[in-house]
Design a binder for this molecule. Structure first.
Ligand code: HEM
Ligand code: HEM
Length: 184
C-alpha cells in the first residue's frame, strides 16, 4: 500500500494558490503592459486592475501569514537536514519579499493618487518625487521575488518527479484536508 502523506488544510492550499496566481498576474502586468498596450484608456484601465488586485493580494498575504501562525496545519518535516533549512529560508525570503512589494506598491499608489475603479481614486499623499524610487524598488523586488519563486517551484517539482516524496502533494488542491487539526 502506498504511504499516506499528511496534507495541508483547505485554507492554506487555497490561499497559497490564490497568492501565487495573483503574483504571476501582477508581475505580468507590471513587466509587459507598457510594451504591449499603447498609452490610452485600455492601458490605464489595466494599471487600475494592477492596483485593485494589488490590494486584494495584500489581503491574501496577510490572511495566509495569520492563518499559518494560528490555526493552519503544521506538518511534520518531510526532508530534514540542510535542505529543510534551505526550504525554511526560501519561505521566509518569499514572505519578506511579498510584504516588501506590497508596502512599496501601496506607498507608490498613494504617492501617485491612482484611480482604482470608475471615479474611485486614492488621495494623493506624500512627495510626488518618490514615484520614481518607489517604482524602481517595487519593480526590482518583484523581479527578485519571481527568481526566488521559480527556485521554490523547481524544488517542489524536483521533490515530486526525482525524489518521489510527498512534498508537492501536500499543497495540491485535490488532496487538501477540510480538518485543520486532523492528520490527513
Ligand atoms: C506581488 C505583487 C506585485 C507584483 C509582482 C508587482 C509588480 C509590478 C511591476 C513589475 C511593476 C513595474 C515596475 C517598473 O516599471 O519598474 C509595478 C508597478 C506598480 N505597481 Fe505593482 N506589483 C505587485 C503588487 C502591487 C501592489 C500591492 C500595489 C499597490 C496597490 C502595486 C502598485 C504598483 C504601482 C503604483 C506601480 C507603478 C505604476 C505605474 O508605473 O504607473 N503593485 N508592479
Ligand atoms: C509566486 C509563486 C509562489 C509563491 C510566492 C509561493 C510561496 C510559498 C510560501 C510562502 C510557502 C510557505 C507556506 C508556509 O508554510 O507558511 C509555500 C509553500 C509551498 N509551495 Fe509555494 N509559492 C509559489 C508557487 C508555488 C508553485 C508554482 C509550487 C509548485 C510547483 C509551489 C509549491 C509549494 C509547496 C509544495 C509548499 C509546501 C512546502 C512544505 O510543505 O514545506 N509553490 N509557497
Amino acid at each position: 500500500m502506498p504511504r499516506q502523506h499528511a496534507v495541508y488544510d483547505h485554507a492554506t492550499v487555497t490561499l497559497h494558490w490564490l497568492m501565487a496566481t495573483l503574483v504571476l498576474v501582477l508581475w505580468l502586468i507590471g513587466t509587459f503592459l507598457e510594451d504591449i498596450v499603447p498609452k490610452g484608456v485600455l492601458r490605464s484601465g489595466i494599471w487600475s486592475a494592477h492596483f485593485v488586485l494589488g490590494f486584494l493580494f495584500t489581503g491574501v498575504i496577510v490572511a495566509l501569514l495569520a492563518w499559518r501562525h494560528t490555526r493552519g496545519r503544521q506538518l511534520p518535516v518531510e526532508d530534514p537536514g540542510p535542505l529543510h533549512v534551505l526550504a525554511k529560508a526560501t519561505h521566509a525570503a518569499l514572505y519578506l519579499l511579498l510584504l516588501l512589494i506590497a508596502g512599496l506598491g501601496i506607498a507608490n499608489a498613494f504617492v501617485r493618487g491612482v484611480t482604482l475603479v470608475g471615479p474611485l481614486a486614492l488621495p494623493q499623499l506624500g512627495d510626488p518625487d518618490w514615484r520614481r524610487p518607489l517604482t524602481h524598488w517595487h519593480g526590482l523586488a518583484a523581479n527578485i521575488l519571481m527568481a526566488v519563486a521559480l527556485f521554490h517551484a523547481a524544488a517542489a517539482l524536483i521533490h515530486h518527479y526525482l525524489w518521489h516524496d510527498g512534498v508537492l502533494r501536500r499543497i495540491l488542491p485535490a488532496r487538501a484536508s477540510s480538518d485543520p487539526a486532523g492528520r490527513h
